[in-house]
Design a protein around this ligand. Sequence first.
Ligand SMILES: *[C@@H]1O[C@H](CO)[C@@H](O)[C@H](O)[C@H]1NC(C)=O
Length: 119
Amino acid sequence: MKSLSVGASAMATALMLLLLLLPTSEAAISCSTVVSDLTPCLSYLRSGSGKPSVSCCSGVKKLAATATSTADLKTACNCIKTAAKQVNPNASAAQSLAGDCGVKLPFTVSTSTDCSKIG
Ligand SMILES: *[C@@H]1O[C@H](CO)[C@@H](O)[C@H](O)[C@H]1NC(C)=O
């Protein structure tokens, strides 16, 4: 039992070190990049009708290609969440945006996304 708890605390220490080290790896993405990538999607997100435009999808694809690390994805997710509060997107359009563009994103464009669950 004793060795088990030692193992667990060593693990916790390692995990804490990892968490401390992670933010030092610079996220290669900024909110302004994320927002400008998704700006062509605004009309689609607001109306919720039709399909996203080509320029919208190329922005989504660019975003998906840029945000590859967990840190990038969390940053992008938080940026999008903040932006979505201003845009107030149609929820179903926001949900299907990445899929409509043939891209997989680990989060949806929504005001209620839990960005801490990424990773
Ligand atoms: C979102 O768009 C869909 C499809 O156009 C529409 O049926 C739905 O009513 C819209 N939802 C809101 C909240 O505007």
